[in-house]
Write a protein that binds this ligand. Structure first.
Ligand SMILES: [Zn+2]
Length: 321
């Protein structure tokens, strides 16, 4: 299904050509800040000796989602991108500005709601534009790495586009602990790639502004499984097998019915039963104790780690098979 006319004989980014067997770091200039500082996207290209698929691995589309940046960076250091067949294009940190500001956004705008972007638009819009123009035109498919936001911790999971059979296949190859189809969000990177016929899977693991070893490892292992599947890396590289990914068919956020201090008692990733107590919300004076219960049998696929809760706040993301 992925066999096609491969594009990696010559990869061209920002006017620079990268032939078979070549590696290069190219910095794509986006704009200057008021201080005169140049904002650039660093892009690593590792082109193998043989024709094969070209894959984009992208971290830090949201600047505060540090696990995504760390796992891509760690694979750079580990030489995981020693590519024999096909080409890997690596963007360790797309949203440089958000990273510096410890923010998801780029100057108040979400890059992941700015596609297809414009070269004369806001910083976020320019970043989206150059990502599509210079990079994604070269690739056959992409893995976009994310984490939960605002202390909501996502258990390692892959999201794919239900209408996209190749994305579903990639999700199976990646084999994260959980996987599910997720609706396309207008102006998102995945939506724009879908329009351009480029399958994208989104890996989510951990939460923003916090490194989490398990989420980093699962992201690396899944990526290695994909690279190995397409015979892009040396066959001797170890790629730990997971148990088969659990396919989630229905999802629901359990929200707070009362305000107070929240203490979860189940772990992320845990299997839970209908009616099981998942956590407690207490008032600050110890007079009331409200039990949060599971509405159905399922799995905890994300958990809120923030203890001060208002009514309606999201507490647990529950997945049903
Ligand atoms: Zn994100």
């Amino acid at each position: 299904m992925f066999e096609q006319n491969f594009k990696n004989e010559i990869i061209e980014i920002r006017g620079q050509k990268i032939g078979l067997g070549e590696s290069k770091l190219i910095k794509i200039p986006i704009d200057r800040l008021p201080t005169g500082t140049l904002i650039e996207i660093p892009v690593y290209i590792f082109n193998g000796d043989q024709l094969g698929p070209t894959i984009l691995l992208q971290g830090g589309l949201h600047g505060d989602e540090v696990n995504s940046i760390e796992l891509v960076r760690r694979m750079l250091i580990d030489k995981s991108y020693k590519i024999h067949r096909g080409c890997v294009i690596v963007v360790p940190l797309l949203n440089v500005f958000g990273f510096l500001n410890m923010s998801r956004d780029m100057h108040g705008k979400d890059v992941n709601r700015s596609f297809p972007g414009s070269k004369t638009g806001s910083l976020a819009s320019r970043m989206a534009y150059y990502l599509m123009k210079e990079i994604t035109n070269n690739v056959d498919f992409a893995i976009d790495f994310h984490t939960g936001g605002e202390q909501r911790n996502n258990f390692p999971q892959i999201r794919y586009t239900p209408e996209d059979e190749r994305g579903f296949q990639l999700a199976n190859i990646f084999n994260a602990p959980f996987m599910f189809g997720s609706k396309l969000i207008p102006k998102s990177f995945r939506n724009q790639c879908y329009k351009n016929n480029i399958p994208v899977i989104v890996y989510e693991g951990g939460e923003s502004l916090r490194l989490e070893e398990k989420a980093i490892e699962q992201g690396i292992n899944g990526t290695l499984r994909v690279l190995k599947h397409f015979k892009m890396i040396n066959g001797s590289i170890q790629t730990p097998e997971n148990n088969t990914s659990i396919q989630i068919n229905k999802r629901k956020w359990v929200r707070a019915k009362v305000a107070g201090l929240f203490t979860p008692i189940v772990h992320n990733g845990e299997k839970v039963k209908k009616g099981q107590v998942l956590g407690h919300i207490m008032d600050t004076y110890g007079e009331t104790n409200f039990s949060v219960k599971s509405p159905y049998d399922g799995y905890v696929i994300a958990k809120n780690n923030f203890p001060i809760i208002n009514m309606g706040d999201a507490l647990f993301h529950l997945g049903k098979i």
